[in-house]
Write a protein that binds this ligand. Structure first.
Ligand code: UD1
Length: 417
């Protein structure tokens, strides 16, 4: 297993180009299962999760070509609508294939994804929604078996789950009649998926708000589409820039997708300039403590909570971070403590008391965003060397992270196993 070694303490300086959003690319790839003609997706990030989705869809007979930054996907030779455990267990987003498979084939067998480091992560909202659309669902031997002809329905989600909204949006696109989905997720990735489905011929309105209306159509064709920028990647680079007292600009990002995050950065004392697709962050007078509560979009994103915590470890005063989206998303805390941070966790809240400096240490990555937080902490550390082990977690969601931080002046290297 590779590890990343960081000798921190240097202010990051420069401009970094943001890649396409992982959390858009994955559902968009799954949505291609609905397309009866070839599709092309541009601005695809080269990430392990994208390769896993490629493997899963290819195993079902989809013909996929990955050239440079774009993918062409062709479903003319699709086989059985089955998503096996061996592939689904590697990535929860594999579960996105359930809605489109069911809508297209009238049946699907998809492995349950199971829990992960950040919580039990059930799929009850996905299944309840598909049942409301007319699916018959049973669970046997760790697999979801779904069958039936889907019809429109009015339903309200128990929680605005991103994945459930996406699965239902894809399923309802080819259901008979009108579906109204209330209390849905409003993340930019939902709107991106709806734009793509509409290009295929779907009739979806309201995506990006909490009420989506879908008028089902009989078939969907092909389309070209460009994936939106990755707001979590942009946020991570900006946090690392601010935390090291540097001057970092991200380009090819969308500041509108990062509003609540950028407001918090400003509250912490950062100066943020956002013009079109560029965001620049500097810290003229040091960082101050902050209260942050994660919430579904447009609230503060849970996917930036761990990296924000790393930055607040060296902000003046006591910060309170509340995690309300996932039940167990403070995996980074134990490792940050080993680097000299002062953090106390009580249930879903963490109090972070700013210290003068962090020190390098060997640390263990546990999940994708917690690992990114350890990289940020390593960049802040003024003494010693930080070795982040189990880098495969980072490779799931950040493309060649070490090379891109090195381009910003970081002293960092990947040690290959
Ligand atoms: C997506 C993102 C992930 C992000 C998360 C929240 C992708 C590939 N992943 O994950 O990066 O952290 O949104 O912004 O897009 N829940 C249930 N029952 C369900 C579904 C969800 O109880 O059927 C709960 C989950 O356990 C969790 C919360 O709802 O506590 C939010 O989950 P959800 O929005 O579904 O996240 P994902 O789609 O898995």
């Amino acid at each position: 297993m590779d590890r990343i070694v960081i000798r921190g303490g240097k202010p990051l300086q420069g401009t970094i180009h943001i890649r396409g959003a992982k959390n858009s690319a994955l559902p968009l790839m799954a949505a291609c299962l609905l397309a009866e003609e070839p599709c092309t997706l541009h601005n695809i990030p080269c990430l392990h999760d994208v390769f896993t989705m490629d493997k899963l869809l290819s195993a079902m007979g989809m013909n996929i070509e990955f050239t440079g930054r774009y993918l062409t996907l062709d479903t003319s030779s699709l086989g059985e609508p089955v998503a096996p455990y061996e592939l689904v267990r590697k990535m929860r987003a594999s579960f996105f294939v359930l809605g489109p498979l069911l809508a297209r084939h009238g049946k699907a067998k998809v492995s349950l994804p199971g829990g992960c480091a950040i919580g039990t992560r059930p799929v009850d909202i996905h299944l309840k929604g598909l049942e409301a659309l007319g699916a018959e669902i049973s669970i046997e031997d760790g697999y979801v078996y779904a069958k039936g002809t889907l019809h429109g329905a009015d339903l309200t989600l128990d929680f605005p789950s991103v994945g459930a909204t996406e699965n239902l949006l894809m399923a309802a696109s080819r259901a008979k009649g009108v579906t109204r989905l209330a209390n849905v997720a409003r993340e930019p990735e939902i709107a991106d998926l709806a734009r793509f489905l509409n290009r295929l011929g779907a009739q979806i309105s309201g995506a990006g708000s909490d009420l989506i209306t879908v008028v089902g159509v009989d078939s969907l064709g092909g389309a070209e589409h460009t994936v939106i920028p990755d707001r979590v990647e942009a946020g991570t680079f900006l946090l690392a820039g601010a935390a090291t007292g540097g001057d970092v600009t991200v380009q090819n990002s969308d500041p509108d997708h990062l509003s609540s995050f950028l407001n918090k950065l400003r509250q912490a004392g950062a100066e943020v300039e956002a013009h079109n697709s560029r965001i620049r962050v500097t810290v003229p007078n040091g960082l101050k403590a902050l209260d942050v509560t994660t919430q579904p979009y447009p609230g503060f994103p849970t996917d930036l909570q761990a990296q924000m915590m790393a930055m607040l470890c060296v902000a003046e005063g006591a910060s309170v971070i509340k995690e309300t989206v996932f039940e167990n998303r403070f995996m980074q805390v134990g490792e940050l403590l080993r680097m000299g941070a002062d953090i106390e966790v009580d249930g879903n809240a963490a109090v972070v008391r700013g210290v003068k400096a962090l020190q390098g240490a060997p640390v263990m990555a546990s999940d994708l965003r917690a690992s990114a937080a350890l990289v940020v902490a390593g960049l802040i550390a003024k003494r010693g060397e930080t070795s982040v082990n189990r880098v495969y977690h980072i490779d799931r969601g950040y493309e060649r992270i070490e090379e891109r931080f090195m381009a910003l002046g970081a002293d960092m290297e990947r040690i290959r196993d």
